[in-house]
Design a protein around this ligand. Structure first.
Ligand SMILES: Cc1cc2nc3c(=O)[nH]c(=O)nc-3n(C[C@H](O)[C@H](O)[C@H](O)COP(=O)(O)OP(=O)(O)OC[C@H]3O[C@@H](n4cnc5c(N)ncnc54)[C@H](O)[C@@H]3O)c2cc1C
Length: 378
C-alpha cells in the first residue's frame, strides 16, 4: 500500500537527521530511509565538531569532549602548538550522538526507517515515488557516493580523500589537551594523520588523496616510536570517502535535492563536513517547507545560491594533492608564514598573534572568573 509523505529523506546521518527534525517541526510529514541497521551503526567519521557548529546547534555536552589546542608534528617530529583564545573542537561519542539526533527527529514527528536501502526512484509532476513511498519532495543526504544523485542524474562527487581510523581504549600517554596532527606525505599523501583524545577513547587515523592510500601500519609504527603506546586495544575501525572536489555541479531537479556530503559540501582542505551537513540539512528543510507550503523560492535555486564556493580551498587542495616531499614539510612547517597558514586553517582568523598554548593556559589561571574551565584542561 502506498504511503504518502511531504518529504522523503534518504540518509539518516548529520544532514538527513538535521533536515528531518527541522522539517517535521515545520509541520511536514517526513520519512527518513537509511540502509544501516540502526542510527549508531557503521560510523564512518572521526566526528570532530568545530566550535561554529557547536555554537549553532544545541548538541548534548555529555556526548562530547572539548579539545582546545592543536599540536602539529612535522615528519621529523618537531611540533608546533596552536590555539586561539575562546576556541575549541569537540570530540564526540559518535554512535551516541547519532542515536540522540535520531531520537530528536522522531520526537519532532519524523518517521525513521533503518535497514532500508534506496536503490531507485521516479520523479513525476507532483513528487517522487520510491517504491511504495511517495513524497512531494526528496532530499538525498546519502553521503559521498550518493545513490540518489546517480538515480536522478544529478551532480556526483568525483574527487575524494580516503580516510581510515581505529578507535581504541584511552591511551594515557596522549596529552588530552590537543588534537595531535601529523603532516607526513609518505603516510598520508595529500592530507594528514591524527590522534584524537576522544570521549572515553583515543582515535588514531589518517587520510590520503585518492588514488593514493593511507598507511595506517606506518602511522602506528611512527607513533609507537615516540609515544608510550605499545599496548593499543582496538575497539572499532572506521573508514570512508571524503569528497574533496567541492560542491557538485547540479544540486537538484524539480522534486529532488542533494545536501551534505552527497552535494560535496565538505571543506576541500580540512575534509570537515559535519558543520555544513548540519547547517545545510536544516536549511534544506526550511526551503522545502517554504516551497511546498507557501510557494516560496525553489529549494534548488536557493541552495545553489547559498552553497559554499570553496574557491581558495580548492586551489589549496590542488597543492596538497601534489603531496609535498617530507623534506620540504620539515623545512617549511616551523616558519612564520606556515604557522600563520596553519593557524588560519585550524582556527580561521582567530588568535593570529599566536600566543603559545602554555601562555594561554596561564592566562586562564590568572583570571578568577575563568577558573572553572581549567577543570576541562586537565
Ligand atoms: C574517516 C573520516 C573522518 C572524518 N572526520 C571528520 C571530522 O572529524 N569532522 C568533520 O567535520 N567531518 C569529518 N568527516 C566528514 C564527515 O564525516 C561528513 O562530512 C559528514 O558525515 C557528512 O554527513 P552526511 O549526513 O552528509 O553524510 P554521511 O554522514 O555520510 O551519512 C550518509 C547516510 O546515508 C546512508 N546511506 C548511504 N547510501 C544509502 C542508500 N542507498 N540508501 C539508504 N541510506 C543510505 C548511510 O548509511 C549514512 O547514514 C570525516 C569523514 C571520514 C570518511
Amino acid at each position: 500500500m502506498v504511503q504518502r509523505f511531504d518529504l522523503a529523506i534518504v540518509g539518516g546521518s548529520f544532514a538527513g537527521l538535521a533536515c528531518a527534525r527541522s522539517a517535521a517541526l515545520r509541520g511536514l510529514k517526513v520519512v527518513v530511509l537509511d540502509a544501516k541497521p540502526d542510527p549508531g551503526a557503521r560510523v564512518r567519521t572521526t566526528g570532530i565538531i568545530v566550535k561554529e557548529a557547536s555554537d549553532e546547534f544545541d548538541l548534548p555536552a555529555g556526548l562530547m569532549r572539548k579539545v582546545r589546542g592543536v599540536r602539529l608534528y612535522a615528519p621529523d617530529d618537531r611540533a608546533l602548538d596552536l590555539s586561539a583564545p575562546g576556541y575549541f573542537f569537540q570530540a564526540t561519542d559518535m554512535p551516541g550522538l547519532m542515536h540522540w539526533m535520531a531520537d530528536e527527529a522522531a520526537r519532532a514527528g519524523a518517521t525513521l526507517v533503518y535497514g532500508k536501502k534506496f536503490e531507485s526512484g521516479l520523479e513525476y509532476e507532483r513528487g517522487v515515488a520510491l517504491g511504495d513511498i511517495h513524497a512531494g519532495f526528496l532530499i538525498g543526504a546519502d553521503g559521498a557516493r550518493s545513490r540518489v544523485a546517480e538515480a536522478f542524474g544529478l551532480g556526483v562527487n568525483r574527487r575524494f580523500l580516503a580516510g581510515l581510523e581505529i578507535e581504541c581504549e584511552p591511551l594515557a600517554a596522549v596529552d588530552g589537551r590537543f588534537l595531535h596532527c601529523f603532516a607526513d606525505s609518505k603516510l598520508a599523501p595529500g592530507y594528514i594523520a591524527w590522534m584524537v583524545p576522544g570521549v572515553n577513547a583515543t582515535q588514531i587515523g589518517l587520510a590520503a588523496s585518492r588514488p593514493q592510500r593511507p598507511d595506517l601500519g606506518g602511522l602506528l609504527r611512527r607513533l609507537k616510536a615516540h609515544f608510550d603506546i605499545r599496548d593499543i586495544r582496538v575497539t572499532s575501525r572506521r573508514s570512508g570517502l571524503i569528497p574533496s572536489g567541492g560542491v557538485v555541479h547540479c544540486l537538484g531537479a524539480r522534486r529532488v535535492m542533494l545536501v551534505g556530503d552527497a552535494a560535496g559540501m565538505v571543506s576541500p582542505v580540512t575534509g570537515g563536513g559535519i558543520h555544513t551537513a548540519l547547517h545545510f540539512g536544516r536549511r534544506a528543510a526550511m526551503l522545502v517547507a517554504d516551497h511546498l507550503g507557501d510557494r516560496g523560492i525553489h529549494p534548488v535555486v536557493a541552495m545553489t545560491r547559498e552553497a559554499p564556493r570553496y574557491r581558495a580551498k580548492l586551489l589549496l587542495r590542488r597543492l596538497m594533492d601534489l603531496g609535498p616531499p617530507n623534506a620540504l614539510i620539515n623545512a617549511a612547517l616551523m616558519t612564520a608564514p606556515m604557522r600563520r597558514l596553519a593557524q588560519r586553517l585550524y582556527f580561521h582568523s582567530r588568535g593570529e598573534k599566536s600566543e603559545s598554548f602554555e601562555a594561554w593556559c596561564k592566562a586562564f589561571e590568572q583570571e578568577p572568573d575563568a577558573k572553572p574551565h581549567l577543570k576541562l584542561l586537565t
